[in-house]
Ligand binder design. Sequence first.
Ligand SMILES: Nc1ncnc2c1ncn2[C@@H]1O[C@H](COP(=O)(O)OP(=O)(O)OP(=O)(O)O)[C@@H](O)[C@H]1O
Ligand SMILES: [Mg+2]
Length: 415
Amino acid sequence: MPSHLIGLLLGMEEDWSSTFEELVRRLDLRVDHGGGTHTFATERITIEPFRLRAKPRYDLVIDRLAHWYYVPREWLKKVALMDGVYLMNNPFTFQSMEKHAAYCAMMRLGLKVPETWLLPSKHPPADNRFAYTAARYNLPFDLEEVAERIGYPLYMKPYDGGAWVGVTRIEDAEQLHRGYDESGQRIMHLQAAVDFDVFVRTLSIGAETMTMKFDPSQPMHDRYRLAHGFLDPGVGQEVVTIGRTVNAFFRWEFNSCETLVKDGEVHPIDYANACPDISVISLHYYFPWAIRTLLRWTVFCTVTGRPMQIDQDLTNWFRIGDDPDLSYGQRLAALHRLTDDYFGQDAYEEFCDRHLGHLDEVLVDLIDSPWFAALLERTVRGTFPAHEHERFVPHYRGLLGAWVDDARSRRPARS
Ligand SMILES: Nc1ncnc2c1ncn2[C@@H]1O[C@H](COP(=O)(O)OP(=O)(O)OP(=O)(O)O)[C@@H](O)[C@H]1O
Ligand SMILES: [Mg+2]
């Protein structure tokens, strides 16, 4: 009887991880597949010295730590290379391929990334070879000319950014120089601003993508808007295809992406979030979807023995990107087919239908339980200052309650 251990590599998060653990416990899943009955358990991974030849006990690891803590990152590389442990995410491409690499890949695939330039850093790297190298090879350049070629307004932001650190909107030459002077040793992009009609954030977990309306001008608890049908169906499909394409291209299976929609055109701007935000404080109504999809994808991968793919096999993608005879629409359709192949879309859906039919009922009961109410309250109290607790505890209860009501109304009542 194969039993699968799912490892959680965690930092400060308690909300989604506890909910996921509780769901696995309550489901007490037994999946008959390939002549055996599969069972599941979760475990939080601890950090300690490890022998490179040691055999890990985990079948799959959900990593939330390696983007800033390099000891577990090296352990992840070892278990991927030596032991075939399935990882969400692939540490190899997440370490080497940041936002800049995602822009390059998307441009080659023919997507509408806004015009973007990379600037040499304002302050040089601290290396005694720099002065000689720069004297011979670094050309003086006119920053204002670069900005004018892109056109104002524009955004200056780190080539590998995250959490809005160092991101500035630039309206004129004065702001341009100030932003560059303040960038220090960081390597910055200059990118044409898209004055969007709709800001869309997608969250992808394995073969599924949730499309959410996002308002970056709001405080974190209000950025994800509760909105259905806010995109024309064709545009919605395009947004999903772009997110899946970036993920399948880099072998990322847990990622959030940002696209700006202007006059029906979709412009990707942010596509490499190694540790996407899935806290209940941010996602509220959409939080149960994330827990459900993590469960579905991890069970599918472990039971079917989906191999961890650390290599990228880029040729097929570039063949589509480089084909001059494909229209934009044909290109997207071809990319979508490749993503279906990568994620094993049909097999995944069939697997979930066959083995996970009762998941939704257990999840709804969990989100509706006193256990979850207590977790939600603890999370709100741990996040907001004391004088806001009275407002935010019922606020989040209401949003999660709305999800429970919607989920129950989609399912036939229990007799
Ligand atoms: N080209 C652009 N046009 C319009 N707005 C932009 C553009 N680039 C960035 N922004 C705005 O700046 C914000 C931060 O930029 P970006 O997402 O690229 O940086 P980040 O540091 O990766 O942010 P995070 O990781 O928190 O999503 C975006 O959410 C968006 O509101
Ligand atoms: Mg962003």
